[in-house]
Design a protein around this ligand. Structure first.
Ligand code: ADP
Length: 707
């Protein structure tokens, strides 16, 4: 049994190391693992075979490989964990020194103590002490590396690995001490099956099992580029072991029932039948078995699986993005696996991502602006379809986000879920990560449904509003025209004093009412934008000169900065000018008696990666608090005494009709910037003047135009 366990451990180590190396022969960590796997395999196999009569000389191989294996482990850990900074040369020196110690000890043992099998000879004791010293150094290396790791998950997993290696080292030491101190027995006097037991010592060969487990963990780490979640590995191994134990039981019962030696063919057939029945029963109950082991050995994994199941049921019932985000954040957080969960969704009007739901303590997170710059390479690769968003670790690290799940529909970003593992857990296993990615897909799907639901509701609302406003326009405009006509007739009379003033108010207010009705019609019935090529830099220049011509306070400047690469868009130059006029007028109103308004045109990328033309109207006015920003585009929302509150609603309606986006960024005390982003025309740019708005100046072609 002892020899069998050592042989199995040897086969496993050699097979895993060879497979990892065959998959990528150039990776230094895999080459180091190959050295480790084969030195462990040689040590264990020679130890197991040295029990056999006539193979006692293999003990020399065992001494040599057993002395080198710990140094190979040290080197492997060093290469694996320093793969970014480059491994130190200490590992290679340690391996070379271990070879020297091993060779000298083996030769000394052979020369002075012969190839008999006494208790450990002094050279073997020296080599063993060296090997155990190096194993302790491996544990120390892992502990030290764990201390310098910033990610709690990796830290926990390094500690798990250190615990497994440390426990294996302790057990091996105990086995060795027991073996070298027990009375010498001449193996020739022992029955064949007792030899292994007597020579290995009184301790069961647990260290060999730990060595195999370490090899498995390192193999997993090499293939998955991350350390394994120990709980999941333990649950998996327990499932496999339970299955193996059941199979052994079935075979033993069969063998006891039918003596193998007397009817070999008959017994073999029976064994085959029993195995086949066992495997078919096992494969159907495997999931159940895994669940049971999962519940026993991996309760956190079960909690997460239950939370994901609940969420899968809940998501389709949510009809609003905010509550959907809350449900997800709350569900994941209450699974106990994540200390902090935040769900970030793109704001439809602002093209920035905001934290729509937060569970767990992270008071500093409120808004992501500008859109995310992403973390570690792995996460960035996930989140970066076509390189739309650059990779930067800092932003997510600042949130303590260890795992980021992108929410995407085809190429469009809808947001992401960021997760930080709860303290003391060992992070998320690859299986769990797959399940979480499924959840993210479901959330993206649900967001799509919510969006469609909202669009349909909005279309219905606008249709009703359009019909109503047509009636309203008719009902209001006719009497209004009558009122205004009557007032104008009266104006020709020579009225004086209060009467003339009242008449002026009637005419002025009738004009205003007429304007409100017309504006309202634009919001309610945006119509289709004509698709002629428009040069936004010309539109911007013209809008700025119209505002300047209307008169500016002395210390207010309106500047245009037109980039040469501003793409041409398809649309209606007059209506786009109306948008810019509204934005520039609002900015001028905002800065008051003194300030700077800049209208900058250029190019950009939409969230789906397509090229856009952009106009940013920014001012250094007082900015707006979040409550005002939230209502900006609601018709009739105004903070001005004489405002209609329709300007921005009109702007959005026109920009929407051009399939563009109107977004805003405002910081109280610093200023506001409105961005109009319109899809660039696919066709080559047409001559500039063809799309110049009426009365516009010739194409500037310059970077900056002074006010
Ligand atoms: P109105 O200009 O008639 O009030 P708008 O829809 O154009 O209607 O603007 C709505 C409100 O948005 C304004 O009343 C103002 O409070 C705010 N606002 C718009 N632009 C700015 C800006 N650049 N700076 C500060 N506040 C602004």
């Amino acid at each position: 049994m002892t020899a069998a366990i050592y042989s199995l451990s040897a086969a496993l180590a050699a097979a895993l190391a060879t497979r990892a190396w065959l998959l990528d022969r150039d990776a230094p960590a895999r080459r180091a693992f190959l050295g480790l796997g084969w030195s462990v395999a040689l040590a264990h196999l020679s130890f197991a075979l040295s029990f056999l009569p006539g193979l006692a000389w293999l003990r020399g191989v065992w001494t040599l490989a057993g002395t080198v294996a710990p140094a190979a482990l040290w080197h492997c850990l060093d290469v694996y964990f320093h793969r970014n900074g480059g491994p130190s040369s200490a590992g290679q020196r340690l391996v070379a020194a271990s070879w020297t110690v091993g060779v000298v000890a083996t030769i000394a043992h052979a020369v002075w103590w012969g190839s008999g099998l006494p208790r450990s000879s002094p050279p073997e004791v020296v080599a063993g002490t060296w090997a155990f010293g190096v194993l302790v150094a491996c544990v120390a290396l892992l502990v030290q590396l764990a201390r310098h790791t910033s990610l709690p998950t990796v830290r926990t997993r390094m500690r798990w690995l250190a615990t497994v290696i440390g426990t294996g080292t302790g057990l091996a030491l105990l086995e060795w001490v027991v073996r070298t101190t027990q009375p010498v027995i001449d193996p020739a006097t022992l029955p064949f099956f007792d030899r292994g037991l007597a020579l290995h010592g009184a301790m069961p060969p647990l260290s060999a099992l730990f060595a195999a487990f370490t090899a498995y963990m390192l193999y997993h780490a090499l293939l998955a580029h991350r350390l394994a979640a120990l709980r999941e590995l333990a649950a998996r191994m327990a499932t496999v072991s339970a299955a193996a134990a059941l199979l052994v039981l079935a075979h033993t019962l069969t063998l006891v029932w039918v003596a193998l030696t007397r009817f070999p063919l008959h017994s073999s057939f029976l064994l085959f039948l029993v195995s086949a029945v066992f495997l078919s029963v096992y494969s159907s109950s495997r999931t159940r078995l895994e669940q049971v082991w999962g519940r026993v050995l991996n309760p956190p994994g079960e909690a997460l699986a239950a939370a994901l199941d609940d969420l899968a049921d809940e998501l389709p019932r949510r009809i609003d993005a905010g509550t959907l985000a809350q449900t997800v954040a709350h569900g994941l957080h209450t699974s106990g696996r994540f200390e902090h969960v935040s769900v970030w969704l793109v704001e439809p009007g602002r093209s920035t991502f905001v934290c729509s739901a937060l569970a767990g303590p992270s008071p500093h997170i409120r808004a992501a602006d500008p859109p995310p710059e992403l973390p570690s390479d792995a996460v960035a690769r996930w989140l970066e379809p076509g390189g739309v968003v650059g990779a930067r670790l800092a932003w997510f690290e600042a949130q303590g986000a260890e795992l980021v799940l992108p929410l995407r529909r085809s190429d469009t970003w809808l947001g992401w879920i960021s997760l930080a593992a709860a303290a003391g857990t060992d992070g998320v296993s690859p299986d769990e990560r797959r399940h979480l990615a499924d959840l993210a897909d479901r959330v993206a799907l649900a967001l799509g449904q919510i969006e469609r639901f909202r669009t349909v509701a909005e279309e219905r609302r606008l249709a009703a509003l359009g019909a109503m406003s047509a009636g309203l326009a008719h009902e209001v405009r006719n009497p209004l025209a009558g009122l205004k006509g009557a007032a104008q007739i009266l104006e020709s009379e020579q009225l004086s004093g209060d009467a003339a003033e009242m008449l002026g108010i009637i005419v002025h207010e009738s004009d205003r009412l007429d304007r409100v009705v017309s504006d309202f019609l634009v919001v309610a019935r945006p119509g289709q934008a004509p698709t002629t090529p428009v040069h936004l830099e010309q539109v911007a220049t013209h809008a700025a000169s119209v505002v300047r011509a209307a008169g500016l306070p002395r210390e207010v400047t309106v500047t245009v900065q037109a980039a040469d690469d501003t793409p041409v868009v398809l649309g209606d130059a007059n209506r786009l000018e109306q948008v810019l006029l509204n934005l520039v007028r609002n900015a001028v109103d905002a800065v008051g008696a003194r300030g700077r308004v800049v209208v900058a045109t250029g190019s950009g990328r939409a969230l789906d990666g397509r090229l856009t033309a952009r106009v940013v109207v920014s001012d250094d006015g007082p900015g707006m608090p979040a409550e005002v920003v939230d209502q900006l585009f609601t018709p009739f929302f105004t903070t001005k005494a004489a405002g209609t509150g329709l300007g921005l609603a009109i702007c959005r309606s026109i920009v929407d009709a051009h399939r563009g986006q109107l977004s805003v960024r405002s910081t109280p005390g610093e200023g506001t910037a409105f961005t109009v982003a319109l899809p660039a025309a696919d066709q080559p740019a047409s001559p500039r003047l063809s799309s110049a708005p009426p009365g516009s100046a010739p194409a500037p072609g310059t970077k900056r135009e002074p006010s």
